[in-house]
Write a protein that binds this ligand. Structure first.
Ligand code: SF4
Length: 376
């Protein structure tokens, strides 16, 4: 059932910012990107943190900055090097966009990350959230961030019952955050709200007895932390069956294909294959896809593995089959680059998570000997 949008006017608290910042300075976590004032490093951390947990990001952050210590190093790198560093972090367009944006920073802004909203949002991958985060944390500009943590804290604090999936609710929270943000310490303020949401005002069982805002928090004072914020049920996520072919040549090498840049997981390598149609079996999918993508006819003779993986908007079950080429030589018909690689060199290439899992399984095979699967 659709819930009505709450229209009641909300009074902005003048104590919010002070209470929050006092709490933050005593309780903030010791995170690596909080020890730098480098706009480049702060920018990298903010891109990595999008839809990704802090614990997951930390090792990637160190590894990435070791590989590309400055924006010049990143701009000079090959896309494949960047994606290799990003491998496993997911949402690969973030890595591709960061790389493109670094080139723009070097070519158009003499290596300086822009410090005003209109210019920084010209960079690829920098939307309102990232712009506000980088400008406030690196340049002390007064731009309030609104992410899931901020929405939860402010919805509870002000007792906002509207659906937080709605754009109207998000705009409302944005304007509250714009009013609340500290004049003196906008970067710390933004980090403090997000920190409170991540560590105290958690989605379930918030630690209200440890919260600096509890005296004025409407949800807490009216015992509604279980029902605020309200989020309407998510649409059912589609589940695709994907079938891929493992083809081995005389040199004990596997065939891999490069995904075009303009598609999901673009710039990553994969085993060739695709989505199962409703009227075909999985081996038929492999035959059809390899014929369409590589211009070959194959005999599908054995299943290697089946595994599941979830993306943000859909799930897949990946089925990998051994194949023999029975007619033709593989060529990149759908514009992809192809390469034969041995298991000892395959780690040089960036792969999506599900393919990476397959590779790890292949390496577990006895002596990694693929010769019995060689195409004739
Ligand atoms: S009192 Fe509880 S519900 Fe309110 S902001 Fe603090 S942690 Fe969240």
């Amino acid at each position: 059932m659709k819930r009505p949008i709450q229209t009641k006017k909300i009074r902005v608290s003048h104590t919010f910012s002070k209470q929050l910042l006092d709490w933050y300075y005593t309780n903030k976590r010791d995170l690596p990107w909080r020890k730098t004032d480098s706009p480049y490093k702060i920018w990298v951390s903010e891109i990595m943190l999008q839809q990704t947990r802090v614990d997951t990001v930390i090792p990637y952050y160190f590894r990435f900055l070791e590989a590309f210590p400055t924006v010049y190093d990143l701009a000079d790198a090959e896309q494949q090097q960047v994606l290799k560093q990003w491998e496993g972090l997911g949402y690969y367009s973030r890595g591709r966009n960061l790389h493109q944006a670094a080139k723009m920073v070097v070519e158009e802004f003499e290596g300086n990350i822009p410090s005003d909203y209109d210019t920084i949002t010209q960079l690829k991958g920098i939307g309102p959230y990232t712009a506000a985060a980088v400008l406030s944390i690196a340049f002390q500009k007064k731009h309030a961030v609104v992410d899931g943590n901020v929405i939860r804290v402010l919805a509870r604090y002000y007792g906002i019952e509207d659906d937080i999936r709605s754009g109207k609710t998000k705009s409302r929270v944005q304007s509250l955050a714009d009013d609340l943000i500290s004049d003196e310490n906008p970067g710390d303020f933004n980090q403090a709200v997000m920190e409170l949401g991540a560590t105290v005002c958690t989605p379930r069982n918030p630690l209200c007895d440890q919260c600096p805002l509890s005296n004025d928090c409407v949800a807490y004072q009216t015992v509604r932390t279980d029902t605020i914020p309200y989020k309407s049920p998510a649409k059912k996520v589609p589940h695709h069956q994907i079938a891929v072919g493992l083809i081995v040549n005389q040199n004990n090498e596997l065939l891999i294909a490069l995904r075009p840049n303009d598609v999901m997981l673009g710039g990553l390598w994969e085993f060739p294959g695709g989505k199962k149609e409703s009227d075909e079996s999985l081996p038929e999918t492999v035959s059809r896809e390899l014929n369409e993508e590589l211009g070959v006819e194959v005999s599908v003779f054995g299943k290697f593995k089946k595994l599941k993986h979830a993306y943000s908007h859909f799930k897949i079950t990946l089925h990998a089959f051994w194949c023999t080429v029975t007619n033709g030589a593989p060529k990149p018909i759908s514009g992809k680059e192809l390469r034969w690689v041995s298991l000892s060199e395959i780690d040089q290439y960036p792969f999506p998570k599900a393919n990476k899992t397959l590779i790890e399984e292949l390496k577990q095979m006895e002596n990694s000997d693929l010769t019995r699967f060689i195409s004739s």
